[in-house]
Design a protein around this ligand. Structure first.
Ligand SMILES: Cc1cc2nc3c(=O)[nH]c(=O)nc-3n(C[C@H](O)[C@H](O)[C@H](O)COP(=O)(O)OP(=O)(O)OC[C@H]3O[C@@H](n4cnc5c(N)ncnc54)[C@H](O)[C@@H]3O)c2cc1C
Ligand SMILES: NC(=O)c1ccc[n+]([C@@H]2O[C@H](COP(=O)([O-])OP(=O)(O)OC[C@H]3O[C@@H](n4cnc5c(N)ncnc54)[C@H](OP(=O)(O)O)[C@@H]3O)[C@@H](O)[C@H]2O)c1
Length: 371
């Protein structure tokens, strides 16, 4: 159990984003970490949402249930708050519903959703819904509290890259959290853990359940090695830690940071800290990509390509290359940009570039922490 001691917005006025800086005090928890590790957080659902689901089930919440895996007994309300996921329903839940509904119309609708030929449309249907939507769309489904808990997925902890260096903050873990809020199927939705951290923990509450997830992602052993770090959005988190550590150790390797987000004026996360590091000579270079300050998108990979000759020079002379953040698009595009740079400025063929970056990964000179 740890204590939340700071929670503030990193974005400035005019932003469309909600990215928080959170400080978790680990004193007395026995937890220690190294740069590159993540903090695991066990969230609870918003009580209002739990009550809504209880209402749709026709339950009071006081019913006793036993958890499927462990047999641990607790009330339905407690299980729904912290043990089962009430967010994205699965195909399996549709199957369970089809066995439980009493109305013919609802049965037919579920048969339609479960038909093999409708797989793609059903995936889309589920992506826009949470458990409450399904309980409301299929109101004749009747569950015992035990059956309901048995048909839900477990609520699992979420990981957050630690944004502080232990050499500087041995008893604290800093986090950079993008708060997930969106609207689907005419309802406002919330990411469970990011809103748990941002909205539902009182400052100085000593009972935030956390763990340290060790990671192979980390600083080069050689303090003289140069580093290129690419971390748009919350991907910046581990690099703040890396830079704090390298500054404290007075490491001689050069540091080059690529950061990007929507707007220069509001979304330069930890901008003052990085600019101060640059002024002090701890950061050799910062390249910034603001995606929404002009009509066309400018992303970190565009900045990498622009600086291609120098990026290649650094890599060729032994620099370590790091990427953190979005796995779906950003990390793939950055990887493609690296290949383009190796071909254009290093004269490598497509196959040679593939082999070059594979070797870099084996040697741990090319590391990614993507999610
Ligand atoms: C190693 C690692 C490090 C990480 N580090 C960080 C970090 O430093 N900072 C950080 O903020 N996160 C980080 N994450 C991500 C973090 O773990 C969570 O996944 C994130 O906070 C969302 O969790 P949540 O519980 O708030 O949202 P959830 O309840 O899990 O909801 C997220 C889900 O909501 C749905 N969704 C989201 N937006 C939309 C939309 N617009 N439309 C439709 N559906 C949508 C998607 O299905 C998405 O998967 C990291 C992940 C890993 C694995
Ligand atoms: N697995 C996850 O749960 C997960 C992972 C990452 C992000 N997210 C979602 O993203 C939200 C914010 O996350 P975040 O602040 O870390 O980052 P983000 O907002 O996704 O992105 C930060 C910057 O990266 C840009 N970007 C978009 N596509 C890109 C690409 N292909 N290559 C390079 N840059 C690209 C964005 O530009 P534009 O937005 O202007 O296009 C923005 O400027 C969260 O609310 C979360 O829901 C979720």
């Amino acid at each position: 159990m740890a204590r939340l001691t700071e929670n503030y917005l990193l974005n400035k006025e005019g932003t469309g984003k909600d990215t928080r800086h959170l400080v978790i005090d680990l004193s007395g928890s026995g937890l220690t970490y190294t740069c590159g590790d993540s903090l695991g957080v066990y969230p609870t659902h918003r009580m209002g949402y739990v009550e809504e689901v209880l209402g749709a089930l026709g339950a009071t919440g006081e019913e006793s249930i036993a958890l499927p895996r462990t047999g641990e007994e607790m009330t339905l309300r407690e299980a729904m708050s912290k043990k089962v996921s009430l967010a994205g329903p699965t195909g399996k839940f549709l199957h369970t519903l089809s066995e439980k509904v009493e109305s013919k119309k609802e049965k037919a609708r579920l048969a339609d959703l479960l038909a093999r030929e409708n797989k793609k449309a059903t995936r889309k249907y589920l992506a826009n819904r949470e458990v409450i939507d399904l309980l409301e769309e299929f109101p004749t489904a009747k569950f015992s509290p035990q059956e309901f808990v048995g048909s839900m997925r477990r609520l699992v902890p979420r990981l957050y890259s630690i944004a502080s260096a232990p050499i500087r903050y041995p008893r604290e873990a800093h986090l950079t959290v993008a708060v997930v809020r969106y609207r689907t199927n005419n309802r406002d939705r919330e990411g469970v853990c990011s809103t748990y951290l941002a909205d539902r923990i009182d400052l100085h509450d000593p009972s935030v359940p956390v763990f340290v997830a060790k990671s192979p992602f980390g600083l080069p052993k050689d303090e003289a090695a140069d580093m290129i770090m690419v971390g748009p959005g919350t991907g910046i988190a581990p690099f703040r830690a890396f830079l704090q550590e390298r500054a404290a150790l007075k490491s001689t390797g050069r540091n080059w940071l690529f950061f990007g987000d929507r707007h220069a004026a509001s979304d330069y996360l930890y901008g003052e800290e990085f600019e101060a590091m640059k002024a002090a000579g701890q950061l050799e270079r910062i390249d910034l990509a603001w995606s929404r300050d002009q009509d066309h998108k400018i992303y970190v990979q565009d900045k990498l390509l622009e600086a291609g000759p120098t990026v290649w020079e650094w890599i060729r002379s032994g620099a370590n290359f790091y990427v953190c953040g979005d796995a779906q698009r950003m990390a793939k595009d950055v990887h493609a940009a690296l290949h383009a740079i190796a071909r254009e400025h290093g004269g490598l063929s497509r196959d040679e570039a593939v082999r070059y970056f594979r070797k870099m990964r084996r040697e741990r000179r090319y590391q990614r922490d993507i999610y």
